[in-house]
Design a protein around this ligand. Structure first.
Ligand code: ADP
Ligand code: MG
Length: 330
């Protein structure tokens, strides 16, 4: 029996992997695609005409877990007519980079040169590295540069480093010979960088991945959850369809779009692994317990006063983790 049952968990694994692969479109991802496509058409037309107009770009801003990286991956991976960086191919219309740690212009420049296929010794100054980056962006016909976690180049930096970052990024878009559009994604700190400079602010269309609340998105969350449950082939109990449960789910996902989907899939996964056909609140509670190891008083699917639970702290989404018990629960 144990040997024979091996194919079954595999089928479940595949089913779960499929669910985890699903992309749920949302307002910001639609806006992102629309805005990017307009800028792409604009850049292509300008290139063809040999026009010297400066490039424009966009920024996707949202908290950690809102779904920025996923939305960007989706935009670029499924784009019908973009030439991405590929080995052995000269043209790379889009170049993507997660800002490396420690975040500095020099590190970003060096990694970009690597990405463009031109390794460079690290002892060069940031200014020389970026001059080369601009030459190579032109050689590879790069139209857009995507930097993820772009706020890291700006937050907790001194005035000079901040100015250097803003000027370097602007100079990419303003290059007379080969302007490159910026696509930035990052947390709200990124807004501080963009708003610090009038030109940057004018040239970047900012799209927000806003927090999700029951009041603003209750109906959407209900619909998304129902869709995921149906795709998983499960039947929800009545309790799982109640407003009360959806409020708990939104809270458990820290009010962020991506994390709410992750929490939803966590419960669904629990049911699928247990081979239960009916999806219950207990599946969600068990998944949360598994993720955090926390007691029921800290479990937003079980605790009576779930609104008081600081989910980000408990789950470790924020740096410091101190799950001291709230009063009355010790
Ligand atoms: N549109 C989406 N559809 C499905 N799942 C998503 C979506 N956006 C985010 N997620 C889920 O949420 C998690 C966090 O998203 P991520 O893109 O890493 O957030 P961020 O980059 O803003 O920190 C991802 O691991 C992914 O599973
Ligand atoms: Mg990310």
């Amino acid at each position: 029996m144990t040997n024979d049952s091996r194919p079954q968990p595999e089928a479940v694994d595949i089913q779960i992997a499929r669910l985890r692969d699903l992309f749920v479109a949302h307002h910001a991802s639609d806006e992102l695609r629309l805005s990017f496509d307009r800028r792409l058409r604009e850049r292509r037309a300008a290139t063809q005409l040999g026009s010297r107009i400066k490039a424009r770009g966009l920024a996707l801003v949202g908290a950690s877990g809102s779904g920025k990286t996923t939305a960007m991956d989706r935009l670029f991976d499924t784009h019908p007519d973009l030439i991405l960086a590929e080995e052995g191919r000269e043209t790379a219309e889009v170049l993507r980079l997660q800002v490396p740690s420690p975040a500095s212009l020099k590190n970003v420049g060096t990694e970009l040169l690597h990405g463009l296929g031109y390794p460079l010794s690290r002892d060069k100054s940031a200014a020389i590295i970026w001059t080369q980056v601009r030459q190579f962006l032109r050689a590879r016909k790069t139209l857009f540069l995507h930097l993820d976690e772009a706020q890291d180049l700006y937050v907790s930096k001194g005035v000079k480093a901040r100015n250097d970052v803003v000027n370097t990024l602007k100079s990419l878009m303003n290059d007379r010979d080969w302007p490159v559009g910026l696509v930035l994604s990052g947390t709200h700190d990124l807004l501080e960088m963009i708003n610090s400079d009038a030109q940057l602010r004018r040239r970047l269309h900012v799209i927000h991945l806003n927090p999700v609340s029951w009041a603003s998105h209750g109906a959407d969350v209900s619909q998304i959850l129902a869709g995921l449950i149906a795709k998983a082939g499960l039947r929800p109990t009545e309790q799982v369809q109640l407003d009360e449960f959806l409020k708990r789910l939104i809270h458990a996902g820290g009010n962020e779009f991506g994390l709410i989907i992750e929490m939803s899939l966590g419960g669904i996964e629990e049911a699928l692994y247990s081979k239960d056909l009916q999806l219950t609140v207990e599946h969600f509670a068990a998944s949360f317990r598994r993720k955090t190891g926390c007691i029921p008083a800290f479990n937003p699917f079980l605790a009576e006063d779930f609104q008081r639970i600081d989910v980000r702290k408990i789950i470790g989404w924020d740096a410091s983790l101190d799950p001291s018990l709230p009063e009355g629960h010790q």
